[in-house]
Design a binder for this molecule. Structure first.
Ligand code: NAD
Ligand code: ZN
Length: 239
């Protein structure tokens, strides 16, 4: 274990008010690609950039193409939690961690056993008919030919994920802000911190143990009290 990881381990041992803020890099070791790594979605060839396809306008105007991309690149039914998800769930159970705030939509924190999870960008596990509100599972979406439609009223189904151009849920934001504001340690992991308003939430932290765990450098390395460069699943497994 290197010096930085040992330091984090010590802080964690002493704390009962840890908050975690994460992004797509938390799930790459579960074989879900992120957006900005070299093998991430931004570096694969599509007719449109992912940000365009995953926008509200595109969903409304071209739902067929939206769902082609979404089913291929956003649904990973076989993905399992990795060492990072499992460690966070363990800390919560021990009463040490107060909240997980995630930009991910894959539900892997809950699959690992975490309970207090603020999903800033929603979840692929919830899907609703836009006409009558009926709920549908991700399996129903994956199995549908082309655009998924409601089996009750034939309305179009929309995943409960926050698309570009859409606002974040205000209750989720205020819960996340309160957790960050009161946190003793804020660990930020697996995120490029490039997507707003989500990335701006970390500015509510007031403590002196801001930890960044990321494979590459981020836009905020200079404001951290501790930076650990490595794969988060591997790093967390040592804690
Ligand atoms: P991003 O792709 O912009 O950045 C990911 C960051 O994680 C990069 O800095 C990368 O170096 C780092 N990283 C990758 N693998 C890592 C690992 N194993 N350990 C440590 N660091 C690692 O992701 P973002 O900042 O979350 O923003 C992208 C947006 O895409 C988010 O809004 C999110 O909703 C969405 N998204 C979600 C998923 C998912 O649910 N799993 C997947 C792709 C994208
Ligand atoms: Zn319906």
């Amino acid at each position: 274990m290197n010096e930085q990881t040992a330091q984090l381990r010590k802080w964690i041992e002493e704390s009962d008010n840890i908050v975690f803020f994460g992004g797509a890099g938390v799930s790459t070791e579960s074989n879900i690609p992120d957006f900005r790594s070299v093998d991430g979605l931004y570096n694969q060839q599509y007719d449109y950039p992912p940000e365009t396809i995953l926008s509200h306008t595109f969903f409304v105007r071209n739902p067929e193409e939206f769902y082609r991309f979404y089913k291929n690149k956003m649904l990973f039914p076989d993905a399992m939690p990795n060492g990072a998800h499992l460690k966070l769930a363990e800390w919560e159970q021990q009463g040490k961690l107060k909240a997980v705030i995630t930009q991910n939509i894959d539900g892997l924190h809950q699959a690992a056993g975490s309970r207090n999870v603020y999903e800033l960008h929603g979840s692929v596990h919830r899907n609703f008919c836009m006409k009558c509100g009926k709920f549908f599972s991700p399996e129903y979406i994956a199995a549908a030919e082309g655009i998924p439609h409601c089996d009750k009223c034939s309305g179009m189904i929309k995943p409960d994920v926050v698309l570009y151009e859409e606002g974040l849920d205000s209750d989720i934001i205020s819960g996340a802000v309160a957790a960050i504001r009161n946190a003793d340690i804020l660990i930020i992991g697996g995120t490029s911190l490039a997507v707003y308003p989500a990335a701006g939430l970390i500015d509510y932290y007031r403590g002196n143990k801001l930890v960044l765990v990321n494979k590459s450098s981020t836009l905020r390395d200079n404001m951290a009290d501790l930076v650990i460069n490595g794969k988060i699943g591997e790093v967390f497994s040592q804690l």
